[in-house]
Design a protein around this ligand. Structure first.
Ligand code: GDP
Length: 457
């Protein structure tokens, strides 16, 4: 923490501007040694905080680049330390030379995520917010970005703090009562406490129930395309991807491998798996594909069942319809440009799912499909303005542990156990929630979390 660190914070590719960031106690000393203003008179250790200065970076007598330098004094900075940002030219070579000069004059190379790690260690961000920083950077769609931004602004932190403050009140009360039984009575306290545990469990449950949706927002809806060979699965996938990756042929049973594609439609990401067509087959290789498809169907968030409307339904369709039971699914009645032998209404009754007529060939019905998916997974409106979504496995596990501890408190209450039993489990819940914010987490975990960041962040 005592060293002054530096890194290139922008992408390492040719661009208009590149930013070299310096943070730590000696940031201003470093920049003072290498910066010269136009008239040579300005000294950057004399300037007010949060000001920008035009000039040049010099390595001894050699001019390296023309720059703008931002001087920001602690504690009102991202890391909470003195910070200097140098806007230099964005060429890879120019950025490297500026960074090398900074390193030569007293800074050390920053580890990946070290700026944000310092922000966390200096109390500028809690761990849930620090994790949101990387999520914002990695967001693949508009909705993932919105939910990460809301976490960055402290939405998760606020929810967790509310629950914790309610728990700590009871812990403190029970502890005081046990210390001073003459003045503080806890007769019948269990009943009162039970109201709180019920209430707080409910809040934790609500947060946990966002995990599935949160995951779909972030990683995409796990989607499997099922259908008999030749129904038009690959054509649909290609249409969705907008390029010809899967092999499209007229011979039934050619899509043997499982292909996975991540696509974004109107802001929603789908992780689509195209599968071998489902049919009874003697061909061993094909059978493996069919089995795989069945397995994928079980795990999927969404099944898209493609039906060729120009051929009658048969026992293979029956099998697929069985696989869709209890799953979120949309039936796509394909090849509606051809003469139809399968009726929309008939399929609806048979499958119990929504049926959408499309033509992969003529590219019709795709927008309706997108709307339907939105409606199914996000109630049609995805705003995220005030919603808290838990998208992080670490946070989810801590919530589950807290929930379990509160269940144990309730058990102790109903079994008439002594009050110190209540406070042990309450404290466990309190600590588990604290880990979400980064309290009492070990150095190893902190290092692991920040090592996933990019350098310069
Ligand atoms: P898969 O085996 O389910 O992946 O089916 P393919 O996507 O390979 O399509 C099988 C055949 O049906 C190909 O010749 C496609 O061009 C054709 N096909 C796919 N969709 C349509 C459609 O909407 N209308 C018509 N007329 N042909 C289609």
């Amino acid at each position: 923490m005592n060293t002054t660190i530096a890194a290139i914070s922008t992408a390492m590719s040719a661009s208009g501007i590149g930013i070299v960031r310096i943070s730590g106690e000696h940031s201003v000393d470093v920049i003072k040694k290498i910066y010269r203003s136009k008239n040579g008179k300005k000294q950057l250790d004399q300037v007010p905080s949060h000001t920008i200065h035009y000039g040049y970076i010099y390595d001894e007598e050699e001019m390296i680049d023309e720059v703008l330098v931002m001087v920001m004094r602690a504690p009102r900075t991202y890391t909470g330390e003195d910070t200097v940002e140098i806007d230099c030219h964005g060429g890879v070579c120019a950025m490297r030379r500026v960074l090398d000069t900074v390193l030569k004059h007293g800074a050390k190379t920053a580890e990946p995520g070290e700026f944000t790690k310092r922000a966390f260690l200096n109390g500028k961000l809690d761990l849930s917010q620090a994790e949101a920083v990387i999520d914002v950077i990695n967001s693949k769609n508009e909705f993932a970005l919105k939910s990460s931004m809301s976490q960055l602004k402290g939405s998760v932190k606020r929810e967790i703090e509310k629950i914790r403050s309610s728990l700590i009140y009871h812990i403190a009360y029970i502890e005081s009562a046990l210390d001073d039984p003459e003045h503080i009575s806890i007769d019948g306290y269990g009943e009162k406490l039970k109201m709180t545990t019920t209430q707080e469990k409910e809040k934790i449950y609500r947060l946990l129930s966002t995990v599935r949706e949160g995951k779909m927002i972030r990683e995409g809806i796990q989607t499997v395309i099922l259908g008999k060979p030749n129904a038009g699965k690959s054509s649909l996938l290609n249409l969705l991807i907008g390029e010809n990756k899967a092999i499209v042929t007229d011979i039934a049973g050619t899509t043997r491998d499982v292909l996975e594609e991540c696509i974004t439609l109107s802001g929603i990401s789908l992780k689509i798996i195209d599968t071998a067509g489902i049919r009874d087959t003697e061909d061993l290789v094909e059978q493996i594909g069919v089995d795989k498809a069945k397995e994928m169907g079980k795990e999927a968030d969404l099944i898209l069942y493609v039906v060729d409307s120009s051929v009658p339904l048969d026992e293979n369709d029956e099998k697929i319809i069985e696989m869709m039971e209890g799953k979120q699914a949309i039936v796509l009645l394909n090849k509606t440009d051809l003469e139809s032998v399968v009726e929309e209404e008939e399929l609806k009754v048979k499958t119990g799912h929504f049926v959408l007529p499309i033509s992969a060939k003529e590219e019709t019905g795709i927008q309706d499909l997108v709307e339907k998916i939105k409606e199914m997974f996000f109630d049609g409106n995805i705003t995220f303005n005030d919603e808290v979504y838990i998208t992080n496995v670490r946070q989810k596990e801590a919530l589950e542990e807290a929930y379990h501890s509160l269940e144990l408190v309730e058990q102790s209450i109903s079994m008439g156990m002594p009050e110190d039993f209540f406070s042990i489990d309450l404290m466990n819940a309190y600590e588990a929630l604290g880990r979400i914010l980064g309290e009492s987490v070990g150095e190893d975990l902190v290092n692991e979390i920040f090592s996933k960041f990019c350098t310069g962040k």
